[in-house]
Design a protein around this ligand. Structure first.
Ligand code: NAD
Length: 484
């Protein structure tokens, strides 16, 4: 049985307590995960502190960048092993992980290693009463030991999205990957050692949230900052833990994202983009669309086209070349999503397509499968419209006026992203500015440039990461004033 160890101070470390990892594809037991004890989390944080005060903290920027470039090479060299581990943990189609998860895992180190090479500083000449003046200039210091708490939907991609800039800025990290998808995080340890990252700079501790590694890490007094991606409820708990010691937090949380489809859109592109935004990664994308609003003249046609396209999607095992959608990540998550499928019926939805478990071949029967599902006809106050489901499903409703579409998009506690489909340029700008979300896509979805600000409004997040915004979170800006 595969053993997934903690990685502390440059070494793989076993734990007495272990928990089982099951395949989302077949339901088989595929690995034992070593759950870090409070003492092991403490050892990881101490190792991170020592590395910060020692070799990593003293290392010239150029040497640090050279090491991070070797990390990129290390991931690239082990591409197939990372791919296999990510697909085994998540069940996502190999084609998706090959084009997105693993390349982005490497790119997240490259982009931020490049970015820290030329971070601009501020400088001011200041008048003084003696006429000799002073110079003020700013420098960026690492924020310290960073606690990194990650979700299961894009495990390597979202972990490196935080670890890449954190290390580029000279911090040390203790990572707590999701208990559901811990393998690629652990594999990174080997890459770090091989690249020459000093022991203690990168640590991984496995376990759960409350009364486990997540809580031990976020409440540890030697953790200087916490960066988190996951559910809004968990983010609130982490923020409370961070309040002790007034530690900064960056929170990337849930969404209930809307797509606004105007009658003047490129119809086929809107159908293709909305289909992708609802069902990519089995709907387990924080930026995914669960609420679709369509201008009334094209409503019926749009629903019909979505139904046809959804029913043509091929559901299957990750390694089948034809697979477009895999299972959900776990049995627990399958039960949650199916409970919403049931709730939608109770709340009066018309099930356009899906709504259950697909008929799978015998070898896959015990996987966490659900059908991609489309509903219409729900009232706007239905729980299915209000709550994040995080599955391959969406509700489609008509609207009549532009202002109605904006009001519907904004009628949510969340504010992560929106997708606007129109060929009217003035409308695109007007609507994009009025939707209350951290990211508004026009005529696209999930088109990412890592230099841009990424994060959510309202209950979808606090702070922004990406580009210089990551550098701001992972550094402490210091002003130096020299009297001349
Ligand atoms: P989750 O909140 O259940 O878990 C995330 C991580 O937090 C896990 O590692 C978990 O063990 C840990 N955790 C749980 N309770 C904790 C506690 N009390 N203290 C410390 N750590 C704790 O989220 P999930 O189910 O893994 O991921 C899905 C969620 O993530 C969805 O809500 C999705 O929208 C969100 N998400 C957001 C973004 C974004 O960028 N905004 C990206 C991906 C996923």
């Amino acid at each position: 049985m595969t053993q997934v160890h903690n990685f502390i101070a440059g070494e793989y470390v076993a734990s007495e307590r272990r928990f089982k990892k099951y395949s989302p594809v077949t339901g088989e037991w595929i690995a034992d995960i070593h759950e870090a004890s409070r003492e092991q989390v403490d050892a990881a944080v101490r190792a991170a502190r020592d590395a910060l005060n020692g070799p990593w903290g003293q290392m010239p920027l150029q040497a640090r960048i050279a090491i991070l470039e070797k990390v990129v090479d290390g991931i690239t060299r082990r591409f197939d092993a990372f791919l296999a581990a990510e697909c085994a943990d998540t069940g996502k189609p190999t084609a998706l992980a090959r084009s997105l998860d693993i390349p982005r895992g490497a790119a997240n180190f490259k982009v931020f290693a490049d970015m820290v090479k030329d971070v601009p500083g501020e400088c001011f000449e200041t008048a003084t009463p003696d006429g000799r003046g002073a110079i003020n200039y700013s420098v960026r210091a690492p924020v310290g030991v960073v606690g990194v708490i990650c979700p299961w939907n894009l495990p390597l991609l979202l972990l490196t999205w935080k670890v890449g800039p954190a290390l580029a800025c000279g911090n040390t990290v203790v990572v707590k990957p999701s208990e559901v998808t811990p393998q690629t995080a652990a594999m990174l340890g080997e890459v770090m050692n091989e690249a020459g990252v000093p022991p203690g700079v990168f640590n991984v501790v496995h376990g759960f949230g409350p009364d486990s590694a997540g809580e031990f890490l976020t409440t540890h007094p030697w953790v200087d900052a916490i960066t988190f991606t996951g559910e809004t409820r968990t983010g609130a708990a982490i923020m409370q833990a961070a309040a002790i010691g007034a530690r900064p937090v960056s929170l990337e949380m849930g969404g209930k994202n809307a797509a606004l489809i105007f009658a003047d859109c490129d119809f086929d592109a809107a159908v293709e983009g909305t289909l992708r935004s609802a069902f990519a990664n089995s709907g387990q994308v924080c930026l995914g669309t669960e609420r679709v609003y369509v201008e009334r003249p094209i409503f019926e046609r749009f629903v019909a086209a979505m139904k046809t396209a959804t029913e043509a999607m091929r559901i299957g095992a990750p390694d089948e070349a034809s697979t477009q959608m895999g299972p959900l990540v776990s049995k627990e998550h399958q039960a949650k999503v199916l409970s919403y499928y049931q709730l939608a019926r109770e709340e009066g939805a018309t099930v356009v397509t899906g709504g259950g478990i697909p008929d799978m071949p015998a070898a896959l029967k015990d996987g966490s499968w659900v059908e991609p599902t489309i509903w219409t006809g729900l009232p706007e106050d239905a729980r299915v419209i209000k709550e994040e489901i995080f599955g391959p499903c969406c509700h489609i409703a008509p609207f009549d006026r532009e202002e109605d579409a904006i009001a519907l998009a904004n009628a949510t506690d969340y504010g992560l992203s929106a997708a606007i489909w129109t060929t009217n340029l003035a409308r695109a700008h007007r609507v994009a500015r009025q939707v209350n979300a951290g990211i508004a896509w026009v005529n696209s979805w999930y088109l990412r440039d890592l230099r841009t600000p990424f994060g959510g409004a309202k209950q979808s997040g606090i702070g922004r990461e990406g580009g210089v915004h990551s550098l701001e979170f992972y550094t402490e800006l210091k002003n130096i004033c020299i009297k001349l």
